[in-house]
Write a protein that binds this ligand. Structure first.
Ligand SMILES: NC(=O)c1ccc[n+]([C@@H]2O[C@H](COP(=O)([O-])OP(=O)(O)OC[C@H]3O[C@@H](n4cnc5c(N)ncnc54)[C@H](O)[C@@H]3O)[C@@H](O)[C@H]2O)c1
Length: 261
C-alpha cells in the first residue's frame, strides 16, 4: 500500500481477537502502514503463526494470550501493554461472533444468549474501559468497534442473540463517541456483511444450499461476498488521523446488500 505506508507511523494500536479472520487482516494492515501493533487472542498457536507471518514481512507484533471476556485478564493485559508501548492510540474491538448458536430465537438457550453477549458486547466494553483512561489522558484516541449488518438490520442467518449484541455495540459506540469526543477520542463502528473468512466459508456451506447462496449473491449490488481486506481498509480509515471529524458513525461494508434486503 505505498500511498499509506506511513499513515500510522508513531502510533500504537491494539486489535482484539486478531489471531484469525478480520482481526488478523486488520492487525497486518495497521502494521504495514507503520503502526506498532499489539494483538490479543486466546489462541496461542494462532498468535504464534501470525507473528511468524508478520516477521516474513519484517513486521514485529506484540501479542498476549488471554480470554477477552475475563475482566481481570483484560485489565492486567492493558496495564502491561501501556507500560510496554507507552500508550495505545488505536483500539480495534474486533472480538465477536455468533458462536454458531442456533439461528432461531426459540432454539437459543439462556447459555447461548449469555455467551454471545459476553464475547460481542462485554468484551468490547472491557477493553474500552481498560484503555480509554490512557487515551483521555493523552488527548487522542481512535476506537473502532466491529458491529455487523446483523446489528443494524437483524439476521435470520446469525440469530437474535448476535443481532441484539451487535445492536448494543452500536449504541455503546454512540455513547462513547459523545462522552469522549471532547478528549480527542473518536469512536465508530464498521458493520460488515458476510465476509469470506475461513470460518464464514464453513458456516455458509453448512447453513446455505448452493441455490440459496446464489440468491444471496444476486441480492448484493456488488455481486460478491466481502473480503478481509475490504474490512481492514475500512477499519484503517476510521483508525487514522484523517478520520478525526468522524465519530459515532456506523460504516456498512456489505457491497450494498443492506439496501436490497
Ligand atoms: N466474518 C464475517 O463475515 C463477519 C461479518 C460481520 C461481523 N463480523 C464481526 O467481525 C469480528 C471478527 O469476526 P471474524 O469472522 O474475523 O472472527 P473469527 O471467528 O474468524 O476469529 C475470531 C478470533 O477471535 C478469537 N476469540 C474468540 N473468542 C475469544 C475470547 N473470548 N478471547 C480471546 N479471543 C477470542 C479466536 O481465537 C479467533 O482468533 C467479530 O466481531 C464478528 O462478529 C464478522
Amino acid at each position: 500500500m505505498p500511498p499509506f505506508a506511513e499513515r500510522f507511523k508513531g502510533r500504537c494500536g491494539l486489535v482484539t481477537a486478531g489471531a484469525a479472520g478480520l482481526g488478523e487482516g486488520t492487525a497486518l494492515r495497521l502494521a504495514r502502514e507503520g503502526a506498532e501493533v499489539a494483538v490479543w487472542d486466546r489462541d496461542a498457536e494462532g498468535l504464534a503463526a501470525l507473528v511468524a507471518q508478520a516477521s516474513k514481512e519484517g513486521l514485529t507484533l506484540v501479542t498476549e494470550t488471554l480470554d477477552l471476556t475475563d475482566a481481570d485478564q483484560v485489565t492486567g493485559a492493558a496495564r502491561r501493554l501501556e507500560q510496554r508501548l507507552g500508550g495505545i492510540d488505536v483500539l480495534v474491538n474486533n472480538v465477536g461472533g455468533s458462536l454458531h448458536t442456533p439461528q432461531r430465537f426459540l432454539d437459543q438457550s439462556d447459555e447461548d444468549w449469555a455467551r454471545v453477549v459476553a464475547v460481542n458486547l462485554t468484551a468490547c466494553v472491557l477493553a474500552t474501559r481498560a484503555l480509554l483512561p490512557g487515551m483521555a489522558a493523552r488527548g487522542y484516541g481512535r476506537i473502532v468497534n466491529l458491529g455487523s449488518k446483523a446489528g443494524r438490520y437483524g439476521s435470520l442467518f446469525a440469530g437474535a442473540n448476535y443481532s441484539a449484541a451487535k445492536g448494543a455495540v452500536q449504541a455503546f459506540t454512540l455513547q462513547i463517541a459523545q462522552e469522549f469526543g471532547p478528549q480527542g477520542i473518536t469512536c465508530n463502528s464498521v458493520c460488515p456483511g458476510a465476509i469470506l473468512t475461513p470460518r464464514v466459508e464453513g458456516l455458509l456451506k453448512e447453513r446455505q444450499s448452493e441455490a440459496e447462496r446464489a440468491a444471496v449473491l444476486r441480492s448484493i449490488p456488488m455481486r460478491r461476498h466481502g473480503r478481509v481486506e475490504d474490512v481492514a481498509a475500512a477499519v484503517a480509515f476510521l483508525a487514522s488521523e484523517e478520520a478525526g471529524f468522524i465519530t459515532g458513525a456506523a460504516l456498512d461494508v456489505n457491497g450494498g446488500q443492506a439496501m436490497s434486503l
